[in-house]
Design a protein around this ligand. Sequence first.
Ligand code: FAD
Length: 458
Amino acid sequence: MKERFIVIGGDAAGMSAASKARRENSKLEIIVLEKGGWASYAACGLPYYLKGNVKNIEDLIAIQPEIFRKERNIDLRLNHEVTRINPEKKIIVAQSPQGEIELTYHKLLISTGAKAVKPKIKGIDSHGVFFLRDIASAIKIKEYLAERAPKSVLIVGGGYIGLEMAEAFYSLGMSVQIVELLPHLLNSFGLEIAEVVEKYIKNYVRLHLGRRVNKIREIDTGKLSVYVSTEQDKQQEDIDTEMLLLATGIVPEVILAREAGIKLGPSGAIVTDEFGETNMPDIYAVGDCAEVTSIVTNQNTYIPLALTANRNGRAVGSTIGGKKTHLSPVAGTAVVKVFQLEVATTGLMDIEVAQKYGFNPIKNTIDSRSRAGYFPGSKPIKISLMADRNTKKLLGCSMVGEEGVAKRIDIVATALYSKLTAEQLENLDLAYAPPFSPVWDPVLTAAKVLNGKLEGKH
Ligand code: FAD
């Protein structure tokens, strides 16, 4: 029998692994089992499909199943849900359209991703309540929008998916409200940046910060009444809406791993070694179901993002194909478009979390501009930068502005990767011309002021 590599989950991590394993090893038998009817799709594009920027759902498929099968010799099986892993016998059990099947493996990859958190709210299964996690859930939303043309939506959760969807619904002409349990939107980006986003988004959306959804009631066909209150129920409000989107976060999809006795970390995601192998020999895990190593703390953490899934999937594919390849540590670099605002973050921005990791953090926020101040079209940029007082090394950065943020964050991501100090960041030779930045790029200014504070000069 040929050496067989089985992949559970056929999206970013799984298909990257399968493709890379094939490139490294033409003799391997590769089988991918995907429970849904789609593989290799861009979940990140779903808000833009719902908004209408992306016209066809098919456009979100990076590589068609037939290409995997014919050109890459990968046996991709859709509508196959793996229900059990037996690590002792090296067997997986799956439910296929033809009934239950069993397959043996030599190497196994768990790339089952994450699932949306379903909060315990009375009435959560009401008609008109949606999640957005995959293509199937996006199609349900699209159909509801087409059939009912709702005029209002309540979004529960002020993270990046909630905010992207706020823009999408608003651009469809709907009135949008967001309920967020925490006192701020985009909590992990830091207070200074969150406040800019909140002030800005109020032009488009009604915000309910520090509020919890307690109950959802269907009052009529296509009409919901949502009971929203503060934590201690001091203030309450019944909000009428025609649609509700739950964007309350995700948890790693680890049920198969847990039942097979595979080790999970404190985050609930799968723990692996530097090659993505779990505590069970020949079983690997990467993507949104697994922990990663933080470039800042050097510790395991859970940061589920697309590039990590693709890159680490590729690394495991390479290892299984015969070329041992380390997983990459991550900085957690993320960017989100909130209407015209670009909001971005990298590394650690929470002082308390940084202290828990033993750092002595100092954070400073500056205001600068996207282009030379005199140049037409120049827009404000706010940057928060954090470093460790003891080592002076950078810990993280967040920024917000209407221009020049989305890619400027990558300078700091690179600095984190290179373990630069605030002073070294200040001394980088960055490109300058008036239409693109002030002579002191906003990142350099942020580093200069923070370094001054570290040196006790400010
Ligand atoms: P997934 O993409 O979740 O794929 C896992 C696959 O496993 C699924 O297809 C699932 O059906 C399958 N599966 C699960 N269990 C089984 C089983 N038992 N048997 C068989 N198959 C199974 N990230 C960014 O970096 N930038 C963004 O802008 C961004 N935007 C996003 C917007 C939205 C709306 C969403 C939902 C996510 C976004 N992400 C973004 C996150 C990004 O999509 C994920 O990090 C990435 O898809 C993770 O890839 P994955 O392969 O690990 O998991």
